[in-house]
Design a protein around this ligand. Structure first.
Ligand code: ADP
Length: 168
């Protein structure tokens, strides 16, 4: 019986598009968690066709957040940013899919919500740059660093059968 199943399961044909899979670190910030937007934000990434490969709620320490935002150390808003990010739990996620970093950023909207187009997460839910609901990696390189920082335990590997309906 096992042999029968093995030989008769339709295997998705690997294509160029499916092989350019990227990972991005997406985080719902404390204001997004408090305002009950975690589900909405997860839905947007699911519906777009991305695959969720890691997810947890974390109440991060200032030290951890200073590592995450190391590039911004020295900015006048840095202390306030760390305080805001440590003020409650965040929803940490890793999403995988075609062009995940760039597409994730476009789904988030501009850093300043006033400049974010309606239809983006910040353009739909936020007004102030200091309370802009969500984070998304800005390059493949920072995605790798952020995933390692927030998920030292690694991500989850599983087959999701929808890829053949999303990619040619
Ligand atoms: P992004 O989060 O879009 O990658 P940055 O890396 O430039 O943007 O900034 C990180 C975060 O710092 C922003 O998402 C926002 O929460 C906060 N931030 C950026 N600029 C300001 C500002 N002028 N005042 C207050 N907070 C800011």
């Amino acid at each position: 019986l096992h042999l029968f199943i093995f030989f008769h399961l339709p295997q998705p044909t690997p294509t160029a598009a499916m092989s350019i899979q990227e990972r991005t670190y997406i985080m719902v910030k404390p204001d997004g968690v408090q305002r009950g937007l975690v589900g909405n934000i997860i839905s947007r990434f699911e519906q777009r066709g991305f695959k969720l490969i890691a997810l947890k709620l974390v109440h991060a320490t200032p030290e951890h957040l200073e590592k995450h935002y190391a590039d911004l150390k020295g900015k006048p808003f840095f202390p306030g940013l760390i305080k805001y990010m440590a003020s409650g739990p965040v929803a940490a996620m890793v999403w995988e899919g075609l062009d995940a970093v760039k597409t994730g950023r476009s789904m988030l909207g501009a850093t300043n919500p006033l400049a974010s187009a309606p239809g983006t997460i910040r353009g739909d839910f936020a007004l102030a740059v200091g309370r802009n609901i969500c984070h998304g990696s800005d390059s493949v390189e920072s995605a790798e660093k952020e995933i390692a920082l927030w998920f030292p335990e690694g991500v989850v590997q599983y087959n999701q059968d929808q890829a053949k309906w999303i990619f040619e």
